[in-house]
Design a protein around this ligand. Structure first.
Ligand code: SAH
Length: 214
């Protein structure tokens, strides 16, 4: 069984990982299971990995920063946009009450869901759909995490935040100008904090024609 300890030690040394609960989650989730096509040492290297269909699983540094930015205590209901491999969803599932994750590409979402089930995560729900609409049936959420970058913060997602809730997202168009932003909903306002430059795949729009209601 490969051991993420070396990766985790280096993330701590670099100052990207501090929180004991996040450290334990990164220790527990077997990253290689989420990237079955790459060699084991690649799976535990500190860089992003292609997961097919033009998508990537984020670099562990970015996973650590985003997860810590959510300030999870164990009681939260989280919405994640961009299930991808399911790795980030698994980390969140270790740290919160329930994770609702939306993926636009059916093959990725279905594979991730099967993987999470096999690993025994019972508190993650994956839905195939367009993240711009959020998941109104389960709103409001205590946390929302976007792992694909929209050009601007989608209002539908802001509307699905509970009072006091936190949303973390890479925002920006061309990948060189994206910023990782943290928003907190407070008394109807959004407080914004800039967590630095990042590079994510774009959050795409669902171009399929909508089905007419029967
Ligand atoms: N969190 C993932 C990595 C995500 S990569 C992991 O841990 O592996 C970004 C993902 O967002 C891709 O899988 C992409 O298909 C998905 N995506 C892009 N636009 C989307 C949208 N509008 N709604 C839902 N998912 C979207």
């Amino acid at each position: 069984m490969p051991d993420p300890s070396r990766l985790i030690t280096s993330l701590i040394k670099q100052g990207d990982l501090h929180d004991d609960r996040v450290i334990a989650a990164m220790q527990r989730v077997p990253r290689h299971v989420f990237v079955p096509e790459v060699p084991l040492d690649e799976a535990y290297a500190n860089h992003p990995i292609a997961i097919g269909y033009g998508q990537t699983i984020s670099q562990p540094t970015v996973i650590a920063i985003m997860t810590e930015a959510l300030r999870l205590t164990g009681h939260e209901r989280i919405l994640e946009i961009g299930t991808g491999s399911g790795y980030q969803a698994a980390i969140l599932a270790c740290l919160a009450q329930h994770v609702y994750s939306i993926e636009i590409l059916p093959i990725l979402g279905e594979t991730a869901q099967a993987r999470l089930q096999t690993l025994g995560f019972t508190n993650v729900s994956v839905r195939i759909g367009d993240g711009y609409a959020g998941w109104p049936e389960h709103a409001p959420f205590d946390r929302i995490l976007l792992t694909a970058a929209p050009r601007a913060l989608p209002q539908m997602l802001v509307d699905q935040l509970a009072e006091g809730a936190i949303l973390v997202a890479p925002i920006g168009g061309p990948s060189s100008t994206q910023r990782l932003l943290r928003f907190r909903k407070s008394g109807g306002n959004l407080e914004e904090q800039d967590l630095g430059a990042v590079r994510f795949v774009p959050m795409v729009r669902d171009e399929r024609p909508k089905q007419d209601p029967a």
